[in-house]
Design a protein around this ligand. Structure first.
Ligand code: MG
Length: 254
């Protein structure tokens, strides 16, 4: 092979490797729940996300008044408000797949045996005091189960975002969810990047490049339709959070 064609081949190969490396990573939103036998934020959904090789599985956390951390999206479960109800009552509640609502400790215990990363969203509580207590407890549990290296955090509140950045171990990343910080503000607050809704990102696609230029990452939620997945892929985002992880994996394989 002549030198010129060898260099051309090498250039094509490196471009292929570069574009492969730039493919977005798949994050299962509230676990992989959109399949028989699973339910949002159930242990099963975490196991399912891991079983199909998701890069990470996202989940939501609330704290009861007696300081038990509960994995659930909504503030209520079967009409019971988690942050105002003792854990004994909350933990009697069943999810749609028949599983009992999990504590964060049970969730972490299950995660220990798996490989997928964890993206923890602490929900906005009634007071900053509760949120601070929940954060402290979360960090303790993560350490207990040896999950620091596999755990990232996402948060809506600006105060909580700043507190998380200061408090989590260096190996964990903190992303801002609320959509109203420009990349420069996220960088200034020392966050790892933005985790914004598809609606916000479509309004501000220029933030993707802006983030990358500042060394920040971009995650987009909740992207379920093929055309939206393709838009995110074409824009070069780093992560896509989806209720349809297998659909996205198939698209990324093409
Ligand atoms: Mg969430």
């Amino acid at each position: 092979m002549k030198l010129k064609s060898f260099i051309t081949c090498l250039a094509i190969a490196s471009c292929a490797i570069a574009s492969q490396a730039a493919a977005p990573k798949v994050i299962a939103h509230r676990g992989y729940w959109n399949v028989p036998g699973s339910a949002q934020n159930s242990i099963r959904s975490l196991v399912k996300a891991d079983s199909i090789g998701c890069y990470a599985s996202e989940f939501d956390v609330w704290m009861t008044p007696d300081s038990v951390l509960i994995v659930n999206h909504d503030p209520t479960i079967n009409g019971i408000e988690i942050q105002r109800t003792p854990s004994a009552e909350v933990l009697k509640q069943k999810l749609a797949n028949g599983e009992t609502v999990p504590t964060l400790e049970q969730y972490f215990k299950a995660a220990q045996k798996l490989n997928t990363r964890l993206v923890l969203e602490l929900k906005t509580h009634d007071s900053r005091k509760q949120e601070t207590a929940a954060l402290k407890k979360t960090l303790k549990l993560a350490k207990k189960y040896g999950l620091d290296e596999r755990l990232d955090y996402i948060v809506f509140s600006k105060d909580a975002f700043k507190q998380y950045v200061k408090s989590v171990p260096k190996c964990s990343k903190v992303y801002f969810l609320n959509g109203d910080y420009v990349p420069a503000q996220v960088k200034y607050a020392k966050g790892a990047g933005i985790d914004y809704s598809l609606k916000v990102m479509k309004k501000h696609p220029e933030w993707i490049k802006d983030c990358h230029n500042r060394g920040l990452e971009v995650n987009v939620w909740t992207v379920n339709e093929p055309e939206d997945m393709q838009w995110c892929i074409d824009q070069g985002v780093d992560y896509i959070t989806t209720n349809e992880p297998e659909r996205l994996q198939k698209m990324l394989k093409k």
